[in-house]
Every structure is written in structure tokens, then in C-alpha cells.
Design a protein around this ligand. Structure first.
Ligand code: PRP
Length: 186
């Protein structure tokens, strides 16, 4: 397969991702089998592809909503107090069964912020679903209820993940060549 020039290697190919997304959706559908409605809250921009695939595999009643965050730093937050909500959910989540859907947990500050922020809204329940996590990069303990893959500490792109807003629509998750992100200011 011809890879874009900035890509070093594929870490998770399309079939592997799709298989895992189906597994996660099966697990989530079983765990929420008795609820009236599960509210999926996707974290823009990175989660939009994962959210779309995951939601379409669910076999339980659900709705989708989105939030957008702003953080200092090129990927994620340097600290949880550097995260700001710049677009909130369309509907209130008080009393709802809420599942936060993320593409990646790096330092963990973003997810920590999100869990605290959403707990304060008094949902009926709150869990998190994250496609990827870099355990060696975590700086805070995070609540990972559903996790797709643990990945190494390399810059990953594809399946929603970007480098300078590019490569989000690759169907696989790949490592960027280190010289690309080491030399560029971003
Ligand atoms: C990414 C990702 C998480 C966050 C994780 O977002 O989607 O929200 O970083 O990083 P952390 O664990 O170190 O806090 P990013 O800021 O790259 O924005 P994007 O989703 O719009 O690409």
C-alpha cells in the first residue's frame, strides 16, 4: 500500500479498528441493554469518525451529541485547567445515561476535565469510551471504562486523529515520521 509521505508505518489497520469498534459496541449494547436511551457525547474534532462507526454498531436506543474543547498545546492539554469548553452539548445531560466518546487519551488531562465537568451536571450515569490510550504518557489517573487499544508514545494520525488538522480521514491509524513533528512548529 502506498502511504502518504509523512507516514512512517501503520499501527492499526482498517480491519483491526473495525473489528474492535464492533466489539466495543457489542459490549456497550449489552451493558446498557436496559436503559431507555444512551447519550453518546463525542469530543470534537478527533472523535468524529470513531463516534460515527461506534454509534452505527450499537443495537440499543441512543442519541448523539457533541462538544468541542480548546486547550493550550498541540495535542491535548498541558494541564486540566488549560482545557476550556468552546461548544457545549445541544441538549442538557442531567438525568441521562452519558457515554463520553474520545479518540485518544494522552496525558489524561482532557478526559479528567471532561469527567469532572460532566459529573457536575448530575447525569444518571457517566462512563467513557476511548479508542486509543498511551499509558506511558498518562500524568493523571483517568477513568477508562471502554478502551479500544493501548498504543506506544508516537504521534499517531488517521481515523479522526490529526497532524496540523491533516490525515483525519485515513481509514487506519499510523505513526507519523518523527522528523515531521520534530522539525515543524505546531
Ligand atoms: C486530542 C484528543 C483528546 C486530547 C487528549 O485532542 O482528541 O481530546 O487530545 O490529550 P490529553 O490526554 O493529553 O489531554 P486535540 O487537542 O488534538 O484536538 P482535536 O480532537 O480537535 O484534534
Amino acid at each position: 500500500m502506498q502511504l502518504p509521505p509523512d507516514i512512517e508505518r501503520i499501527l492499526l489497520d482498517e480491519a483491526t479498528i473495525q473489528r474492535r469498534v464492533h466489539e466495543l459496541a457489542t459490549q456497550i449494547s449489552a451493558d446498557y441493554a436496559d436503559v431507555d436511551e444512551l447519550v453518546l457525547v463525542g469530543v470534537l474534532k478527533g472523535a468524529f469518525i470513531f463516534m460515527a462507526d461506534l454509534a452505527r454498531c450499537l443495537t440499543i436506543p441512543h442519541s448523539v451529541d457533541f462538544i468541542a474543547l480548546s486547550s493550550y498545546g498541540s495535542r491535548g492539554a498541558a494541564r486540566s485547567d488549560a482545557v476550556r469548553l468552546i461548544m457545549d452539548t445541544r441538549a442538557p445531560v442531567t438525568g441521562k445515561e452519558v457515554l463520553i466518546v474520545e479518540d485518544i487519551v494522552d496525558t489524561g488531562y482532557t478526559l479528567q476535565y471532561l469527567v469532572r465537568n460532566f459529573q457536575a451536571r448530575n447525569p444518571a450515569s457517566l462512563r467513557t469510551c476511548t479508542l486509543t490510550s498511551k499509558p506511558t504518557r498518562h500524568e493523571v489517573a483517568v477513568q477508562l471504562d471502554y478502551l479500544g487499544f493501548e498504543i506506544p508514545d508516537v504521534w499517531v494520525v488517521g481515523y479522526g486523529l490529526d497532524y496540523a488538522d491533516r490525515y483525519r480521514t485515513l481509514p487506519y491509524i499510523a505513526a507519523l515520521k518523527p522528523e515531521v513533528y520534530r522539525t515543524a512548529a505546531h
